[in-house]
Design a binder for this molecule. Structure first.
Ligand SMILES: C[S@@+](CC[C@H](N)C(=O)[O-])C[C@H]1O[C@@H](n2cnc3c(N)ncnc32)[C@H](O)[C@@H]1O
Length: 215
């Protein structure tokens, strides 16, 4: 896969950290830096593994899983990247994690795979653990922004990166969570400034958004 695919995602690192800090502070009453000491983290669709590595550096025990080997960081003690389809990994996995990252991943899964993932979250997430995810909303504006603007005009992503049929509305996340007895704790919008190349937390979830789930 073209490594260019991962570059715009690196611009999301800061806003993801900011979002998780906000959620951890309101639901766990702790500071993100204290929270991420000795946590078991699973990153599904981890890409290069760079985002996950930030949390290894904060003292967590990290496992990343991705179907493609675009890993840019070597495995070492407490930091392991595995080339595997997420479902194969989940079926074999016997461990529960404190935190699961599912950033910019759901919109690449088939309907069947996303059902499988939500059905299995309670098997891989510790009680009161957190799933942090981000994805693309499903509407004409999100489709226009991600395909016409991001892929075609600004060429931030290679063309055909996204299939808008697989985009998810916040209500889809709510339905998948409810169906699988998971608690949807929060939905928060993300805005993007392509000229400044930065993402910010926003009240508007029309295009990109974060969600936090627990069990
Ligand atoms: C948009 S990238 C997101 C990467 C990373 N989460 C980030 O935000 O920086 C989606 C990733 O999901 C991976 N992927 C897609 N389908 C997968 C599957 N069924 N199992 C595991 N990884 C998958 C792709 O190889 C790709 O690296």
């Amino acid at each position: 896969m073209n490594p260019k695919y991962y570059e715009p995602l690196e611009q999301m690192m800061a806003v993801r950290h900011q979002y998780m800090a906000k959620m951890i502070s309101s639901h766990n009453k702790s500071n993100i830096y204290n929270f991420f000491i000795k946590r078991e983290i699973l990153d599904l669709g981890c890409g290069t593994g760079k985002f996950l590595h930030n949390y290894f550096e904060l003292g967590s025990f990290c496992t990343g899983v991705d179907a493609a080997n675009n890993f840019q960081i070597r495995n070492k003690k407490n930091y392991k990247l595995v080339k595997s389809n997420f479902d194969t990994f989940v079926k074999k996995n016997k461990k529960k994690y404190d935190v699961i990252f599912i950033f910019e991943f759901l919109e690449h899964l088939s309907f069947k795979d996303r059902e499988f993932l939500f059905k299995n979250i309670s098997n891989i997430l510790k009680k009161n653990g957190f799933v942090f995810l981000s994805t693309i909303n499903k509407n004409i504006i999100a489709e226009f922004m991600s395909i016409n603007i991001a892929e075609k005009l600004f060429k931030l992503l290679p063309q055909n990166t996204h299939d808008p049929k697989l985009f998810l509305k916040p209500s889809d996340i709510q339905i998948l969570s409810k169906k699988n007895n998971l608690k949807l704790l929060n939905i928060q919008g993300i805005s993007y400034n392509p000229l400044l190349k930065n993402f910010k937390l926003s009240k508007i979830d029309l295009v990109n958004y974060f969600a936090t789930i627990s069990c």
